[in-house]
Ligand binder design. Structure first.
Ligand SMILES: [Cu+2]
Length: 457
């Protein structure tokens, strides 16, 4: 864990950070803690203000604040950052306080918030507080509700949190560019009564998509549809934190979608209900069981389930091209094509050439194809049974018995009880059950009149 201002997330200092009061006085800017690592910080337990059960931000952290005469003061710095998408690939993005996404802001219903926003980008920006009911002039729409925050300037947003729930923040200035560059963060408002909608573990992340050429670092900001990296909190499998939960825990996962398409997020081994949207809590009588939730663009959903089924459960977007990393996808389907003869000829010209796809594309999960620097294999990651052939929006919910209450450490792979894993049939292969095909009838002659020139039409 690194920082520019000796902010040691994960240490006792980080926990005290929430209580840190400016030494310079009330008129000064609050500290703007910063991180340059994609490592998940432990939940930020509040030591000032109203109590709440903090969230765990996948590959992220929560922003410490200071109390100032009844106001909770945060300081966000919009700036260029470097984000490791997974080991082996770093992107040059724009974000907040050293990372993209920016730190999660956590507060409590009834809190008075004062958020300082300093702009260290090369162009103007604003911040919109998505889903929050607030005075119009605090809504952060550049040109409509406020002037743009110029380069080097600091603006102050002040509003009272009137409702609890699951929200996010992002710019409303040069939006296409600034969101394509990764400017976003989660905004969690805890209920004033900690016994309202309680859960044992509460995770949060945002989806983001990027179009970064293999070997490049900076996303193509004018891309509208053809993204090649699909991320949870600007990380791709196998770089995304696992969700470690204790058997029997009630678990909430808060998801926000800031990509340009929808994501059906799917869990294995459990079913869940949608407990909250960015419009508020869903009454219990209005919930129904699901195993996938379709995440609309520009929306948030908090799903909840009881983790009653021990194991390593896939948790992923169900669009199969969103569980892949960067690849060219104008690839012809080669299944069933024998192109060995061709490959030999090509190999004489291009020594690294690989024949792909004649039996499907699963081989790519294991292939060591030479890649340019700073890119990731299309599918990667290995599990206890071999290559997992995944990328993008894929991670694992690890349900284990007897974990300590605040233990989020990786427990390793699940050890299946004897006799509970799919196994290979060792007996005789059954005889082919197919009947002899009936004698083929001669096909009727097909006559087509082909145009032989342009003379006749
Ligand atoms: Cu998706």
């Amino acid at each position: 864990m690194n920082s520019r201002r000796q902010f040691l997330a994960g240490s006792a200092a980080a926990l005290l950070g929430a209580a840190a009061v400016s030494r310079v006085g009330a008129a000064s800017l609050p500290e703007a803690p910063s991180r340059d690592s994609a490592e998940r910080a432990p939940p930020l337990v509040p030591s000032t203000g109203r109590p709440y059960n903090p969230v765990v931000t996948l590959n992220g952290w929560s922003l410490p604040w200071r109390m100032n005469n009844g106001w909770k003061e945060f300081h966000l710095v919009a700036e260029p950052v470097r984000r490791e998408l997974a080991p082996g690939m770093t992107a040059h993005l724009w974000g907040y306080n050293g990372q993209s996404p920016g730190p999660t802001i956590e507060c409590v219903e009834g809190d008075k918030l004062r958020i300082f926003v300093t702009n260290k980008l090369p162009e103007h920006t604003t911040i919109h507080w998505h889903g929050i009911l607030l005075p119009n002039g605090m809504d952060g729409v550049g040109g409509l509700t406020q002037p743009q925050i110029g380069v080097g300037k600091t603006y102050v947003y002040e509003f009272e949190m009137k409702h609890s729930g699951t929200f996010m923040y992002h710019p409303h200035a040069d939006e296409m560019v600034q969101m394509a560059m990764g400017m976003m963060g989660s905004l969690i408002v805890h209920p004033r009564d900690p016994k309202f909608m309680p859960v044992d573990r509460d995770f949060a992340f945002l989806t983001a998509s990027y179009d970064i050429e293999p070997g490049a670092h900076t996303p193509k900001v004018a891309e509208m549809t053809d993204f090649n990296l699909w991320t949870f909190n600007s990380r791709v499998f196998p770089g995304i934190d696992h969700l470690v939960v204790r058997k029997g825990d009630r678990v909430r996962v808060r998801i926000g979608n800031l990509t340009m398409t929808n994501h059906p997020i799917h869990i294995h081994g459990h079913n869940f209900t949608v407990a909250c949207t960015d419009g508020g809590w869903v009454p219990k009588t209005a919930r129904w069981p699901e195993t996938s939730v379709d995440m609309p663009v520009g929306a948030l959903r908090a799903i909840e389930f009881v983790a009653d089924n021990p194991g390593d459960w896939a948790f992923h977007c169900h669009k199969s091209h969103h569980v892949m990393n960067a690849m060219g996808h104008d690839v012809p389907t080669m299944i069933g094509v024998d192109h060995r003869g061709v490959a030999e000829k090509i190999l004489r010209l291009i020594p690294d050439y690989m024949v792909m796809g004649e039996r499907g594309m699963a081989d790519m999960g294991e292939m060591e194809m030479p890649l340019p620097d700073n890119t990731l294999p299309m599918m990667s990651g290995s599990g206890p049974f071999g290559a997992m052939e995944m990328g993008g929006m894929f991670t694992v919910v690890k349900v284990r018995e007897g974990l300590a209450r605040n233990d989020y450490r990786d427990p390793g792979w699940y050890r299946h009880p004897r006799g509970t894993v799919a196994y290979e049939w060792q007996g005789e292969a059954p005889p082919a059950a197919r009947k002899e095909p009936a004698a083929r009838q001669p096909e009727p002659a097909f006559r087509a009149k082909k145009p032989a020139g342009h003379a006749n039409h």
